[in-house]
Design a protein around this ligand. Sequence first.
Ligand code: SF4
Ligand code: SF4
Length: 177
Amino acid sequence: MTGMREDMSTKKIVQAKQTRSTDLTPLQKTYIPEIVKGLAVTIKSLFAPKFTRQYPEERMNPQASFRGRPVLVEEDGVERCVACGLCARVCPALAIEVQASETELEKERYPVKFEINMLRCIFCGFCEEACPEEAIVMSDEYELVFRKPENAIYGKDRLLMSTDRLKPRLEFLRKAR
Ligand code: SF4
Ligand code: SF4
């Protein structure tokens, strides 16, 4: 049985070798045509238009569909967030911390503390999808630089963004829903 298997595998190797030797012409065996073809592609690319962006001098202006860092929507100087905690609940990276407090209005709440740990955030946009108030959205900001880990925890002071600034994203969301 073992001898039969060895015979079959030897036969396969011989067949493979035979196919390869008959497929290639003597010129092809030198690989010169393929090398020339490869060089032609390289030379063509040298003169093709370049798409490299000279960042940071040339900044990218993202489309409304772009998912940059999540921010809290501020309308007429007031945050839309009602501190329901849904965004924190759905966040797969456990990046959001919300602490609710009562307002002067009956049955109204606001986030006395709202923090996003930007080292944890994976820009998935689940918080935006879950929010019933359209109070947290993905902005067009993509530049995040921290010198210390604690600087990556964004509080309301850095999260609140006006509806004017977020207009393209808010319009995009309304059309998409
Ligand atoms: S974008 Fe995703 S990871 Fe980032 S805070 Fe929202 S739900 Fe969490
Ligand atoms: S941002 Fe939206 S989902 Fe998150 S706590 Fe505020 S209202 Fe609720």
